[in-house]
Design a protein around this ligand. Structure first.
Ligand SMILES: NC(=O)c1ccc[n+]([C@@H]2O[C@H](COP(=O)([O-])OP(=O)(O)OC[C@H]3O[C@@H](n4cnc5c(N)ncnc54)[C@H](O)[C@@H]3O)[C@@H](O)[C@H]2O)c1
Length: 446
């Protein structure tokens, strides 16, 4: 098939590359000329394991192309996937300007029958707004939307860091459609990824749109729930890891997504929980659980920050202290720093007058952009150990593999004080005590 993918970010680039890899011809369109120029040179603007190789292979074999020109992308495309950003707007609801902007452009250019698919995470009703927006453009140009335009909702469930595997072997492909023809076409698109068992789930467009938000809200709920249990564990001398194992062994609950930590971040859970709350308010169906999940998430970061403050004996005592931060990405295996808890902690430390040294194997550049002027007041190091040199404390914010079993003796000899705040529960409290560290983690005895 000939496909056009609008937006070459985490979702668009992975979708485009993987769909090219199974034989489709894909034109990826992005409005950012720098991004397109770098993609044309096979340089991937994001860190996503395995992606570069797929892009390179498909560029070389002439199946994937990059452009800023939507006309070029749409030319003879049978399916057009919209994978642009939907950041939180001022009122918490999803900002749809990129999605509707793309729809407006399609309406100005489409001249042959195509299925336009919203793959971005969008509130219920957006796919039909996209349809109307495109139809307006077509009608203005004297074309008949009935003949040229069909739409579908196909939310994406990939996880950053595992995105290629998730896309190539999806747990499920959810597609919301208005008629059988579109369902068949979408099924054809995804069937190469579901050869062993058909995981295609057809539903109405509003159900598909809501399924994505519901999935993210449920996952966020599990995280906030475990964080709440972790806070309780500390009060009653229980250990959240033990509780997690006990809890996860129940097949009705399962072991995944039950890790306590610094609270969720990233480009999806914070914005999608806010969007679902906004949608609920707008439609008169209050989402009290999701509101509580969000509040618990905000509390978690502040709770962990207070542990740091308490250790130093108050905010004022942090002035002039050296604090190392390991990891700025919101989770391991990605360079995404959107809503990363590490950025929150860095800002708190800086506001308290601490000198921060930070290390992340791939996300430093993104963090520098996100932190703006604050980034200049930070010492960015080339390695994890450089960051702890002279530190009065280390704060572990991301569970990168290289942080999981460091040389503790070396760390201790380099630090001004052997203190570790572990926001990811990477280390064994008993072993840390034996090494002579003061060790503070989440929901476990010191
Ligand atoms: N990142 C994830 O893990 C993930 C997972 C599932 C779903 N989603 C959803 O997918 C959508 C995209 O997320 P992302 O993380 O890939 O975003 P992103 O910010 O990484 O990428 C979006 C891209 O779209 C481009 N763009 C915006 N408007 C455009 C236009 N009119 N024409 C051409 N290009 C345009 C931007 O330049 C940018 O490169 C969001 O709705 C997000 O919620 C994201």
């Amino acid at each position: 098939m000939r496909l056009c993918v609008i937006g070459s970010g985490y979702v668009g680039l992975v979708s485009g590359a993987c769909l090219a890899d199974v034989g489709n011809t894909v034109v990826c369109v992005d409005k950012d000329p720098a991004k397109v120029a770098s993609l044309k040179k096979h340089r991937i603007p994001i860190y996503e394991p395995g992606l570069e190789e797929i892009v390179r292979r498909n560029v070389e074999e002439g199946r994937i192309f990059f452009t800023t020109d939507l006309a070029e992308g749409l030319r003879s495309a049978e399916i057009c996937l919209i994978t642009v950003d939907t950041p939180p707007g001022g009122d918490g609801r999803a900002d749809l300007s990129s999605v509707l902007g793309a729809a407006g452009q399609i309406g100005e250019l489409l001249d042959h029958p195509a299925v336009v698919v919203t793959k971005s995470t969008v509130p219920v009703g957006t796919t039909m707004r996209v349809k109307e927006k495109i139809a307006e453009g077509l009608r203005r140009r004297g074309l008949d939307p009935e003949k040229l335009l069909s739409v579908a909702s196909n939310p994406e469930f990939l996880k950053e860091g595992d995105a290629v595997a998730d896309f190539m072997k999806p747990d499920r492909v959810i597609v919301g459609v208005e008629n059988d023809d579109v369902a068949e076409k979408m099924h054809l698109l995804y069937s190469p990824l579901m050869r062993r068992s058909d995981r295609f789930i057809r539903m109405s467009i509003p159900s598909a749109e809501l399924s994505k938000y519901a999935a993210n809200a449920m996952l966020a709920t599990r995280i906030s729930f475990m964080n709440e249990m972790a806070r309780l564990c500390e009060k009653v001398d229980a250990d959240i890891n033990e509780v997690r194992r006990g809890l996860g062994a129940d097949p009705r609950i399962g072991p995944d997504f039950l890790y306590a930590g610094l609270g969720y971040g990233g480009s999806c859970f914070p914005k999608d929980t806010r969007a679902i709350i906004g949608l609920g308010r707008e439609r008169g169906a209050e989402t009290t659980i999701v509101e509580a999940v969000n509040r618990a998430n905000e509390m978690q970061r502040a709770w962990f920050w207070n542990k740091i403050v308490d250790h130093f004996g108050g905010l004022g005592a942090l002035k002039g202290k050296n604090v190392a931060v390991w990891g700025v990405a919101f989770k391991a295996n990605t360079d995404d720093v959107r809503f990363s808890p590490a950025l929150y902690l860095i800002e708190q430390l800086q506001d308290a007058g601490a000198s921060v040294a930070a290390f992340d194997p791939v996300a430093a550049e993104g963090a520098k952009t996100a932190l703006g002027k604050r980034a200049n007041e930070l010492r960015w190091t080339r390695g994890a150990y450089d960051a702890v040199e002279g530190a009065h404390a280390l704060v572990v914010c991301t569970e990168w593999r290289e942080f999981r079993s460091p040389d503790f003796a070396r760390m201790k000899s380099m630090m001004s004080a052997p203190v570790v705040f572990d926001g990811r529960n990477l280390y064994d409290p008993k072993a840390m005590a034996e090494y002579g560290f003061k060790y503070v983690s989440v929901g476990r005895k010191a």
